[in-house]
Design a protein around this ligand. Structure first.
Ligand SMILES: [Zn+2]
Ligand SMILES: [Zn+2]
Length: 318
């Protein structure tokens, strides 16, 4: 039995004083020994954390007990260890940087499809499956026949919609992303732009893997924790990405060991060993090169923020 849970979740809900709520939420996470990344904004919360199963249960109960977040849908995975080295709870203007700040998915968004509904609908003739994630994410895995966009960041999505309009305006659009959060605004934006039949995969690829066995998802799903990718497809799995160094099929996503390069690509195990985690000979011989531990994952520098600074620890425990 795996002792740890890894949670992925979001909730669009109005938070009156997000900075104050950030403090409160940070302490909740610290007291439960959670690690991961959480973003608090006036439009809601978005997080991915890991912790002991019982602590994650307490956390989910605490979040859902707040009426604002009662409808939060948690995607739960299990692991034998933490998936993060640290805890960051940040206040930002949006829970996903989108340049669509004015859109409120609670007012209008694409129709939510549960994984089984999505599976049944995705191969119909008048359907276009639209991946709203970034290039490094779909490069390692995506739905068969999905339309992908050459974007490095979700904030570049709106600029691509004109092209989509020309080609697919009269089709049924099925959007998907990792856990569903980007689709809330992406599908709302498509509706705003005049698309009429817009649907979104509720719970994203992660929930689709858990509830619909991941059928026709090719490759692996990129995730934002130290696993980097997870398996999704239990029915007809495949590998769609190639090793950046030797071009053999590989879905081992790594960051180049040279911190200045840091390119995020697939590098096979044998090239990883040979190149000590670097993407090129040039990067391998860079004086700044980071020690390769076989994972290709390097901890980001922390900003050193600790809410216990200036606070009495005993006070927090009560
Ligand atoms: Zn290779
Ligand atoms: Zn490199």
């Amino acid at each position: 039995m795996k002792d740890y849970s890894i949670l992925l979740y979001y909730c669009y809900a109005q938070i009156e004083n997000p900075e104050q709520y950030r403090e409160e939420h940070h302490l909740l996470c610290l007291n439960l020994n959670l690690r991961g990344r959480i973003i608090i904004a006036s439009e809601g919360l978005n997080g991915t954390v890991s912790g002991l199963r019982e602590d994650c249960e307490k956390y989910m109960a605490a979040v859902k007990a707040d009426p604002r977040f009662a409808k939060t849908d948690f995607k739960i995975d299990y692991s034998d260890k933490h998936a993060f080295a640290k805890l960051h709870v940040r206040h930002k203007p949006e829970i996903v940087h989108s340049s669509l700040r004015n859109i409120d998915p609670n007012k209008r968004t694409g129709i939510h499809l549960e994984p089984e509904e999505f599976r049944k609908m995705k191969d119909q003739d008048d359907v276009v499956i639209l991946d709203v994630r970034s290039d490094y994410e779909f490069s390692v895995g995506r739905f068969k026949n999905a339309v992908t966009l050459p974007i490095e960041n979700f904030r570049d999505f709106p600029a691509k919609v004109d092209e989509l309009k020309e080609k697919y305006k009269d089709k049924k659009i099925l959007t998907y992303c990792t856990g569903g959060i980007k689709c809330e605004k992406a599908s709302a934006f498509l509706l705003e732009q005049g698309f009429e039949n817009v649907y979104q995969l509720h719970g994203g690829i992660i929930k689709y893997g858990q509830e619909a066995e991941g059928a026709d998802f090719e490759g692996k799903c990129y995730v934002f924790d130290n696993r980097l990718t997870v398996d999704v497809n239990k029915v007809n799995p495949s590998i769609i990405s190639k090793c950046y160094v030797c071009a053999t099929p590989s879905d081992r996503m790594v960051n180049c060991a040279n911190p200045t390069c840091n390119i995020h690509v697939a590098i096979c195990e044998s090239c990883g060993d040979k190149m000590q985690g670097a993407c090129s000979v040039e990067c391998k011989t860079n004086p700044e090169v980071r020690p390769y531990d076989g994972s290709g994952y390097y901890q980001k520098e922390s900003n050193g923020y600790n809410p216990f600074k200036g606070l009495k620890r005993e006070k927090v425990k009560n």
